[in-house]
Design a protein around this ligand. Structure first.
Ligand code: PLP
Length: 363
């Protein structure tokens, strides 16, 4: 089953579409008959320029990214964006408002504090981040330079069921763990960023989608690499980009487009997560700590309520080829990350295992 491969429920890096990897493998040493691998190719070659241009064009089509937004392929992961966003976007009042919905949101705010006046306008830490706070326009400081949210919280398994109304204040969203899993109205955001290693490609590239009027405000002392303007003006090739990862990202975009774009993928994600949550809610052994209206389609968090039993579950699942089901090291329990490339059979196999484990271990 699954071509001799395990079902990998890792929060990232995670599974990629098998068809894409096979295609990449077939072209690995001689890309499209050009006599070399993309791994060996100069980023200044016309072959690579075509690869990055096509990747950007296909992403624009998939996400309906308007003309007045730049698409940047950067390095440094979501983590570097925590500081880059602050360095570039704290441009007038030097104030920014953050909604804290988990570890990554907290880290983003902590990093921004090094550069300006950061206010936590809402947090769900009181319940170990089990829900997404409902925030209104009046909750934000009128002169804030931007508002930052983490759209999907990988560790706690929560996701925004709404886009906060920030009025004229640009909204910045970390979409590392939900990008391409749903249609998003890009015009509602000033900046969207996402590390590649969940829904896009292997680790190594970070996507930044930024409205043009927000570019060009980094202070003069900003290191060159950390200024969005430098990357925007150089087509993401100010320096050597992560060529191979960008290539694989482009292949994933092509694959999604060929299969009808984001809507059918989202439908499948809804079905996969729906099945799993339904089973968890109906079972006697497992519990999902996340409030129903805040549940993530990508990261499904659950516990048995008994730490030792959780460990046994994770170990036995691994033996059955269901790997990386442990919750984040900071919270324990279980987490099934079921990103776009996890097939329905993976979810079905997991549920069948959960049922059997419940029967065998019922108290
Ligand atoms: N933001 C979110 C939502 C994440 O899930 C992660 C990592 O899993 C990060 C940021 C950090 O990303 P990176 O490891 O690419 O720096």
């Amino acid at each position: 089953k699954n071509n001799g491969r395990v079902y990998n429920f890792s929060a990232g890096p995670s599974m990629l579409p098998l068809e894409v990897m096979e295609n990449v493998a077939a072209q690995l040493t001689n890309y499209m008959g050009c006599g070399q691998s993309v791994m060996e190719m100069s980023h200044r070659s016309k072959e690579f320029q075509a690869i990055i241009d096509e990747a950007e064009a296909n992403l624009r089509t998939l996400m309906k990214i308007p003309e007045n937004y730049k698409v940047l392929f950067l390095q440094g992961g979501g983590t570097l964006q925590f500081s880059m966003v602050a360095m570039n976007l704290l441009r007038k009042s030097k104030k920014a408002d953050y909604i804290v919905t988990g570890t990554w949101a907290k880290k983003a705010a902590a990093e921004a504090k090094k550069f300006g006046d950061i206010k936590i306008v809402a947090s769900s830490e009181d319940t170990t981040f089990s829900y997404i706070p409902k925030v209104k326009k009046e909750d934000f400081r009128a002169d804030a330079d931007y508002v930052h949210i983490t759209f999907n919280n990988t560790i706690y398994g929560t996701h925004y069921g709404y886009i906060p109304d920030t009025g004229d204040i640009p909204l910045v969203a970390d979409m590392s763990s939900c990008i391409l899993s749903e249609e998003i109205d890009v015009t509602k955001f000033g900046l969207i960023y996402a590390g590649a290693q969940k829904n896009i490609a292997p680790a190594g590239v970070t996507l930044v989608i930024i409205r043009e009027d927000l570019i060009g405000f980094a202070p003069a002392e900003t290191p060159t690499y950390l200024d969005y303007k430098v990357h925007a003006e150089n087509g993401s090739m100010y320096n050597t980009p992560p060529c191979f990862t960008i290539y694989v990202a482009g292949e994933v975009f092509k694959h999604i487009l060929k299969n009808g774009g984001i809507p059918p993928l989202h439908q499948l994600d809804v079905e996969k997560a729906g099945k799993l949550y339904k089973y968890i809610d109906e079972s006697k052994m497992y519990k999902c700590p996340v409030q129903a209206d805040s549940r993530s389609l990508m990261n499904v968090v659950f516990v048995t309520g008994d730490g030792e039993l959780d460990k046994k579950f994770i170990a036995e699942a691994k033996e059955k080829g269901l790997v990386n089901l442990g919750g984040h090291r900071s919270i324990g329990g279980m987490r099934a990350s079921i990103y776009n490339a996890m097939p329905m059979e993976g979810v079905d196999t997991l549920i069948a295992f959960m049922k059997k484990f419940e029967e065998e271990n019922a108290k």
